[in-house]
Design a protein around this ligand. Structure first.
Ligand SMILES: [Zn+2]
Length: 242
């Protein structure tokens, strides 16, 4: 089992019981550096670096340069993100697009997959991603509904859908899951948010991704072993873990 999207801090890293690895998503430059540091303490933790669209710094160009320096220096970085568009709160479209495109270009230059964050902005996100060739990545915490699944799969490149703990209690998302091809699904916790049943309402930890695997196995009608084999294979391919 792999948690392909978590935010954890020093001290939480023991909560990864039973997992093969955990991908640490970043929202800003200090997160990015912290993920690299954490990964040095535990080989199961794999760092991503990136700037969240609602966490944009004053100095955009300088920050993109800093991200590039990290990519040059740290071959262990497995992905760029989370990055994308987020219209759920106040935002400046031009700046979000500039920061997003800067990170897309870094992902291409350093051949890393993208972890895409898209909130209330799925069509705009797809339009930007579709304007590039040969990208690969995951639409993290996918919220685009059944109708956009094919649109995303038809984009040039190699795309996956990340599904979280809300699968355990949202019937609408369970229906969306059934529309995602089995070889395009990866699972995540987005810890410390989106805690699955039976711990809904409490703090989330990477090891709770097992409840998301269990729900998928139920929905697919497959054994937990077959479910795990398929989903882990997807994560290995996306993040080049094996
Ligand atoms: Zn996240």
């Amino acid at each position: 089992m792999i948690d392909t999207h978590a935010h954890i801090r020093q001290g939480d890293e023991q909560k990864i019981e039973g997992l093969e690895c955990v991908i640490l998503s970043a929202s800003n430059l200090s997160d990015s550096a912290e993920n690299i540091r954490l990964a040095e303490t535990n080989e199961k933790l794999l760092p991503a670096i990136g700037i969240h669209p609602q966490d944009i710094p004053e100095d955009v160009d300088g920050t993109l340069v800093n991200l590039e320096e990290l990519l040059k220096e740290h071959k262990e970085i497995v992905a760029v993100g989370e990055c994308g568009l987020d219209f759920s709160r106040e935002y400046d479209l031009n700046t979000q697009v500039r920061v997003f495109k800067g990170q897309i270009e870094l992902s291409q230059k350093y051949n890393k997959p993208l972890i895409i964050h898209s909130r209330k902005a799925m069509d705009e996100t797809i339009a930007i991603l579709a304007s590039y060739q040969n990208l690969r990545g995951v639409i993290h915490c996918y919220s685009g509904g059944k109708k956009r699944i094919n649109k995303i799969l038809n984009m040039n490149g190699d795309w996956y859908f990340g599904i979280d703990g809300n699968l355990t209690y949202e019937p609408g998302l369970q229906e969306v899951l059934m529309g995602i091809p089995k070889d395009r699904l990866v699972l995540e916790t987005d810890s410390p948010e989106l805690t699955p049943v039976p711990f809904r309402g409490e703090t989330n930890f990477p090891e709770y991704v097992k409840y998301v695997y269990e729900m998928v196995s139920k929905l697919w009608g497959l054994s937990i072993e077959d479910t795990e084999n398929q989903i882990d294979k997807n994560a290995w391919q996306l993040f080049k873990l094996r």
